[in-house]
Design a protein around this ligand. Structure first.
Ligand code: HPA
Length: 270
């Protein structure tokens, strides 16, 4: 793994010519946020050694490097998911590479279902904590001390200072920002009503199929994390109806303007 990280980082260093202080991962339906970058260098994942290619619809699979204001940023436009059949190490490999490139801060975004009646489709929610309900962990296996501790502490995976900063940005710009707990499930089948009830009882506000493995590896790597969810659907607690990918993409698009503003302001201030 160490050699693979080195090889991929060396390849990207040669291509992008910057040290990306901040990494941003864009989730389902949020691809267009990548337009925030000024004159980006764009590299399809398929051209990057050791990187797996996303098979999920609406995940473009490109790395973009450039600037937002004075900050150097890498955007991962589209992610690979565990449900696609990749290993936990494969889905979190991009975070290892970002760390090797010099990234110190990570903004992860995702589309999520809501189990909280106050969190409605189109709303933006900043993550304050998470529950790993995937039955797996990206740190299982040999631990390389060069990459991080055997038992990294997750007492505060999402940086509190940045959560407060995000609330201030939302207030100043007059848009609502909620705060919640995200639970990652395996998928790809959506949750049953009974599963939704169980997850809500466990303290879940939002449910999705990503993010948590990336956050665990970011914390293991010593990278500070901000997590942002866009609510794309209400869970089956509130109604018994199938969710379509179209509904999920449409509701993700509703949050686009405010999410872009929030990300730009966060990047400038962190
Ligand atoms: N469940 C799981 N993953 C999701 C959902 C959901 O309701 N919405 C978007 N991603």
């Amino acid at each position: 793994m160490l050699n693979m990280i080195r090889e991929t980082a060396e390849f990207l260093k040669g291509k992008i010519g910057i040290t990306p202080g901040i990494g941003i991962i864009l989730g389902t339906g949020l691809n267009s946020i990548a337009e925030l970058l000024e004159d980006p260098i764009i590299i399809p994942y398929a051209e990057i050694p050791n990187l797996q290619v996303s098979t999920a619809p609406s995940h473009q699979g490109r790395l973009l490097a450039g600037k937002i204001g004075s900050k150097t940023v890498v955007i991962l436009q589209g992610r690979i998911h565990y449900y696609e059949g990749y290993s936990m190490q494969e889905i979190t490999f991009p975070i290892r590479v970002l760390k090797a490139l010099g990234t110190k801060k990570l903004i992860v975004t995702n589309a999520a279902g809501s189990l909280n009646e106050k969190m409605l489709p189109g709303d933006i929610v900043i993550l304050k904590d998470h529950i790993n309900f995937m039955g797996n962990n990206p740190l299982i296996g040999e631990n390389y001390p060069e990459l991080g501790d055997r038992f990294p502490s997750l007492h505060q995976p999402y940086n509190n200072e940045y959560i407060n900063l995000a609330h201030n940005i939302a207030k100043t710009n007059d848009f609502p920002l909620q705060e919640g707990v995200y639970t990652a499930v395996l998928g790809p089948s959506m949750e049953t009503k009974a599963e939704c009830k169980m997850l809500a009882k466990l303290g879940t506000d939002l449910v999705g199929m990503s993010t948590v493995p990336e956050v665990i590896v970011a914390i293991h790597s010593g990278i500070e994390v901000i997590g942002l969810s866009v609510v794309t659907n209400l869970s089956n607690i509130f109604h018994a109806k199938a969710h379509t990918q179209e509904e999920i993409r449409k509701n993700a698009a509703k949050a686009k303007k405010n999410l872009a503003l929030l990300i730009v302001e966060l990047v400038k201030k962190i």
